[in-house]
Design a protein around this ligand. Structure first.
Ligand code: GTQ
Ligand code: FE2
Length: 353
């Protein structure tokens, strides 16, 4: 008797003799399995991903998000977030294999209670004014383009004492934390944490070329809570003016931890790039799965041979090792975030063209 076993992971077919199959059946009772049947699927010559490129148009997301404001309160939801589900693997609350992304809405008068968790988070503010996020005692007022970090175990709560709905992009490393199965979380009795630092405090103390006396010599996450867009954009303008424009990425800065120049978080790193009007980028790929959010402008990105058109506040994802190439029909600013720091720490990050 000969059975043909299709091993989709390996993409090859082995003719398994009766004796071999009988052997597999026998060892399975001992929780043993033949590596040679699956090896080609485990050690692939190039990165393999079930994730696919995708783009979420902000006008559509905004409309649906505001409808969520009618069906659930922030209090009931704990966090009123629509998960950006990668269409390659729906139902898993992942945008890439290592990262979660969602759009959060907070309506006027609402608060989202204080909690803390092992998963690190970042916010990139899309639309609306008058809301804040309080992180580790600092109250960050949220404005379009602000980049706010919430490190591992940092207490955080959000509130909107203003008059407009406020929306932002959340990116968390939950899939990474859950890969290691190391999630802890804690809710505070008080709905809002004690605020003892005003907006901009950590930026002014740590990110303007000085450090407070006694600042730690080593820190694996940035002490800066909010990198305001108003402070970042003029730096991009300076790079553009002097022609410091990368052929792939445009005039780009990396959000840095001022203690050591490293990434803002050990698991996630972010950039902000200006693409001049008419920019036609060279193709690029890297092993980090990258989430882009459009802060300003209009253009297209070709990902894995397919063109995606974007406008302000759209979000799109480039899975690992998919080649992409940006084009800007107007001067544009792209925020991006990925798991690159985690890959670099493990020595497995690669880039190419
Ligand atoms: O705002 O604290 O999108 O804890 C997912 C989990 C947001 C948050 C999310 C969270 C939060
Ligand atoms: Fe949270």
């Amino acid at each position: 008797m000969t059975a043909v076993i299709d091993t989709p992971q390996a993409g090859n077919k082995h003719n398994i003799t009766g004796a071999r199959q009988a052997y597999y059946d026998k060892i399975s009772k001992y929780h043993l399995a033949p590596l040679w049947e699956v090896l080609k699927g485990l050690v692939t010559p190039e990165p393999k991903t079930q994730m696919i490129p995708a783009l979420w148009k902000f006008p559509e997301v905004e409309k649906l998000m505001l409808e969520a404001g009618d069906v659930i309160t922030a209090e009931e939801a704990e966090r009123r977030v629509l998960v950006l589900e990668n269409p390659g693997e729906p139902g898993k609350s992942k945008i890439t294999n290592s990262l979660f992304a969602g759009i959060q809405l907070i309506m006027p008068g609402e608060i989202a209670d204080a909690h803390q968790h092992v998963a690190s988070a970042i916010r990139f503010v899309l639309k609306g004014k008058g809301a804040y996020t309080a992180v580790e005692g600092e109250k960050a007022q949220m404005e379009h383009g602000d980049f706010i970090i919430t490190a591992n175990w940092a207490p955080h709560d959000h509130g909107n004492p203003g008059k407009e709905p406020v929306m932002w992009l959340d990116v968390l490393d939950m899939p990474t934390i859950n890969h290691f199965q190391t999630s802890f979380a804690n809710h505070f009795d008080e709905k809002m944490q004690n605020v003892n630092h005003e907006d901009g405090d950590s930026f002014e103390r740590y990110a303007t070329g000085v450090l407070p006396d006694g600042a730690p010599a080593a820190m694996n996450r940035s002490p800066v809570i909010n990198y305001p867009y108003k402070k970042m954009k003029p730096i991009l303008d300076r790079l553009k003016k002097t022609g410091d424009i990368d052929k792939r990425h445009g005039a780009r800065v990396r959000y840095a931890n001022p203690i050591n120049g490293g990434p803002v978080l050990p698991t996630m790193g972010a950039n902000l790039a200006l693409l001049p009007k008419g920019f036609k980028g060279e193709p690029y790929r890297s092993t980090d799965g990258t989430i882009f959010a459009v802060a300003e402008g209009k253009g297209t990105t070709v990902i894995d041979g397919k063109e995606y058109s974007w406008g302000v506040n759209d979000v799109f994802v480039v899975p690992p090792w998919k080649r992409f190439q940006h084009n800007a029909s107007e001067e544009s600013v792209l925020f991006s975030i990925s798991d690159r720091p985690a890959q670099e720490a493990l020595g497995i990050w690669r880039e190419g063209n």
